[in-house]
Write a protein that binds this ligand. Structure first.
Ligand code: PAF
Length: 293
């Protein structure tokens, strides 16, 4: 691990938690002057193995690792779960310490969005399909906060998970379009032992819902097998997935889509670099998952 420049206050308190933009900027600047590479993992906290895999990749490839923990109000619509979104800062700090994270940036909402805030960042086409249909403001909320975090932290490398495939593609587009001097790393989905994709929202599931939630992974595996066995017709695959998930209690399908993994446009015929993606309500919890074929 590289030697990180820290303020006297931090040295004395061994605190790795920073709340203010001014303070984290100062530390970033000092480390930049010393040519330290910064790896950044943006999160909304309630860290799980998926986040840990991103942190470990950042730790392996950078001298300084910064994790942000910020439940971003801009990516929740008024009827969504912003208030209930799981939070456990103490546990997150302890995980970050175990993973040798150098700094946690945990700003207050007013620090990121002061009263007069009015700027928008929008990746206008990629935000429309898939999750963008039922969550029209979601990706604008993500791109604004991620752009701000990139400007504050000035990372050389940033780490995102493939579970949020559309988010990753949108952030990648934004990095290129806005010339952020940062390199995007997209890491594979981390799953529970039985296949359920790791997500902070899995916490909401009751035992019975948890069983039904497995249908996301299982149906994607089924789709993958069909494709490997030569099925090329998207509609046939989608209708098999639909039938499989509908058979499970508590499920309500938001979307099942098969798209090219570049523009995220529906494809009729499976080719290479195709994403099978779905979003399903299990009880009151909306889960997403995908497989790249
Ligand atoms: O993936 C997430 O946790 C969030 O969307 C992100 C990237 C931290 C932005 O708030």
């Amino acid at each position: 691990m590289g030697k990180i420049w820290v303020s006297n206050y931090q040295k004395m308190s061994k605190k790795i938690l920073i709340e203010e933009i001014g303070e984290i900027r100062k530390i970033v600047k000092q480390n930049k002057q010393r040519n330290k590479s910064i790896g950044f993992v943006p999160t909304m906290g309630f860290l799980h193995q998926g986040h840990i895999s991103l942190i470990r990749a950042a730790r392996a490839e950078n001298q300084i690792v910064i994790v942000s923990i910020f439940v971003n109000p801009a990516q929740f619509s008024p009827d969504e779960d912003f208030e209930e979104y799981p939070r456990n800062l103490e546990r997150d700090i302890s995980i970050c310490k175990d993973e040798k994270v150098d700094l946690i940036f945990n700003p207050k909402s007013e620090e990121i969005y002061p009263k007069e805030f009015e700027t928008k960042v929008s990746v206008s086409e990629l935000k429309k399909p898939l999750c963008g249909i039922s969550r029209p403001n979601f990706f604008d909320g993500i791109t604004i906060v991620v752009a701000k975090l990139f400007n504050i932290i000035e990372p050389n490398n940033v780490y995102f998970g493939q579970k949020d495939a559309q988010q990753a593609l949108i952030v990648k587009r934004m990095i290129e379009d806005l010339n952020f001097p940062t390199r995007m790393h997209i890491l594979p989905i981390v799953r529970e032992r039985d296949g359920l994709a790791m997500s902070s929202r899995n916490k909401y599931l009751s035992d019975n819902e948890r069983k039904s939630a497995l249908s996301l992974y299982k149906s994607l595996q089924m789709a993958k097998k069909m494709i490997e066995n030569g099925e090329k017709n998207s509609n046939i695959i989608k209708s098999k997935i639909r039938k499989f998930i509908k058979n499970m209690p508590f499920t309500k399908i938001d979307y099942i889509e098969i798209v090219d993994y570049e523009k995220l446009q529906s494809v009729q015929e499976i080719r290479s670099n195709t994403l099978v993606a779905l979003a399903v309500w299990v009880g009151k919890t909306r889960l997403i998952d995908n497989v790249l074929v």
